[in-house]
Design a binder for this molecule. Structure first.
Ligand SMILES: [Zn+2]
Length: 515
């Protein structure tokens, strides 16, 4: 049994319905999961919702629902969104589920016994309206940063996690595992933060009721981060008493935690320290991606410029939307979302380049060979470096450099379109059939290769392209074998009598309303 490739999105907090930010992280995770499956790995892809805390209880009260009904409703919105966007997750965990709460309670008791969790006094600025504490630094003009009301200095009994104890072990871990903090431009921020000194972390509340109660002291509920982070081990089946047994041992440690940059610190400081306290191995990599602005401004509910993924998928198709998010901005950097740019890339790259390459190839094969793909023994010029291209594609996927995967695929596409222009097969005379065969077989082979490279981004459209090329097997099933042969430089050929299917263009050009 080889270890699963285990990757996660953060658990999305249910105070909001899903928007482009959530879609971005989840699509990126899905692309990686699909590539890994295509490479023959068993994948465990986890997503879900973070559901506890005073804010959620208050939001439920506003809608007149019980907290459980409220969180189940929002979690269903997320599931619906992931279905629309073609997200192939293997598990969806809600922190209000019994399987999660049990792990949180058992971990809490275990760490209480080892002394890593202890009881003390918590003191900070408290807003009665929001039922939340804020630090001095968070206050705005000494008022609550959330509602602007007065705050009061308050103390309560709280359990603490001995985070300070892990300062040196964390620094040693970062130094020994260069991939753990990714991308590399985020390394210094975390190391400087840890070096500046870690304070023990308050991890329970007595003023909040919607949460996981502490078994040995039920007046306390576990405070949000300590609860939510544990999903990464509760979902794959961690049992504190049993330790490292299957299915958990087949999955843990995670290969990648994908997070937004605003929660990078929680995942690279608190989370690994919790795992060290539990004696568990640490995730191999935590990768922070950037933020989106919309048409140059910060996205916010009050500005009314929140991008609705449903609407974009409806207008441009799910595949084009998935493609665009990972094409527009190098993964890890900040980016700006503009519908104009989405339309531009849709027309120029998907319709005019990829779609056109398929359309002219299929049309020429239909016209000259009655649809049957010609097979010739001539060596391929376009794919003579297929093993090197495949190695670069794989390296880019593994580095989460999705833009590089698309860039490499694109240059292959452009090269092929240029090759057709130069060879001008429509000018060949009937006695030049052999030359025509070579040109069309070259194009067919490139298109088949692109199906494999691009299907994690555009699973629907690449399946369509696969069928138009006359392939009968399923792309997901044949993919792993094909990649194996690509690595050896074996150029994909059609089978005898394989016939292309001429039909509607893969991507219909769209009118440019900005012109
Ligand atoms: Zn407030």
């Amino acid at each position: 049994m080889t270890k699963n490739f285990y990757l996660t999105t953060p658990l999305y907090y249910v105070n909001d319905v899903p928007h482009i930010g959530h879609a971005y992280t989840t699509i990126a995770a899905d692309v990686l999961a699909r590539w890994k499956r295509m490479n023959g790995s068993t994948v465990f892809f986890l997503t879900g919702t973070d559901e506890h805390g005073a804010k959620i209880a208050a939001a439920a009260e506003k809608t007149g629902e019980s907290p459980q009904v409220f969180v189940d409703r929002i979690a269903a919105e997320y599931r619906r969104m992931w279905k629309v966007l073609g997200i192939s997750y293997d598990d969806f965990i809600q922190t209000s589920e019994p399987r999660h709460k049990k792990v949180v309670q058992d971990v809490f008791e275990k760490l209480k016994q080892t002394g890593d969790v202890y009881k003390g006094m918590y003191e900070d600025w408290y807003c009665v309206h929001d039922e939340s504490y804020f630090s001095q630094a968070e206050l705005i003009n000494n008022k609550c940063p959330s509602c602007g009301r007065d705050v009061q200095r308050l103390q309560e009994e709280s359990y603490f996690f001995r985070l300070s104890k892990y300062q040196e072990p964390l620094l040693a871990y970062y130094a020994a595992h260069s991939e753990f903090l990714s991308p590399s431009h985020r390394v210094n921020e975390i190391i400087n933060f840890v070096r500046s000194g870690l304070r023990d972390l308050s991890i329970s509340r007595t003023r909040v009721s919607w949460g996981v109660p502490v078994v040995s002291d039920p007046a306390h509920v576990v405070y949000v981060w300590f609860d939510a982070l544990l999903n990464y081990i509760s979902a794959p089946g961690y049992v504190p008493a049993a330790g490292n047994t299957a299915p958990f041992s087949d999955r843990w440690p995670a290969d990648v935690h994908l997070v937004g940059k605003e929660i990078f610190r929680f995942h690279t400081v608190i989370w690994p320290a919790m795992l060290m306290a539990l004696g568990l191995p640490l995730p191999k990599r935590v990768f922070a991606h950037g933020w989106w602005t919309v048409e140059g401004t910060k996205m916010s509910k009050s500005l009314g410029n929140v991008v609705d993924p449903h609407k974009m998928a409806e207008e441009y198709g799910v595949d084009a939307f998935r493609y665009f998010l990972l094409r527009e901005v190098p993964f890890g950097a900040d980016g700006d979302f503009s519908e104009k740019s989405l339309l531009g890339r849709y027309n120029a790259e998907l319709a005019n380049n990829l779609g056109n390459l398929l359309q002219r190839t299929v049309t020429l094969i239909t016209k000259n060979f009655g649809g049957a793909i010609p097979i010739t023994p001539a060596p391929s010029r376009l794919l003579s470096d297929l093993s090197a291209i495949t190695a670069r594609i794989d390296a880019a996927y593994n580095a989460l450099a999705f833009h590089d995967v698309l860039e490499i695929s694109f240059s292959l596409m452009i090269r092929t379109n240029k090759y057709i222009d130069e060879e001008a097969p429509w000018k060949l005379t009937p006695d030049q059939k052999e030359k025509l065969s070579i040109i069309l077989l070259e194009c067919f082979s490139v298109l088949k290769t692109l199906c494999v490279f691009l299907s994690p981004f555009m699973p629907g459209k690449m399946n369509e392209m696969w069928e138009k090329l006359g392939e009968r097997s399923s792309l997901t099933e044949t993919g792993p074998k094909l990649i194996e042969s690509f690595r050896k430089g074996q150029i994909p050929l059609p089978s005898t009598g394989q016939t292309v299917i001429k039909g509607e263009p893969l991507f219909m050009r769209k009118g440019d309303r900005w012109k």
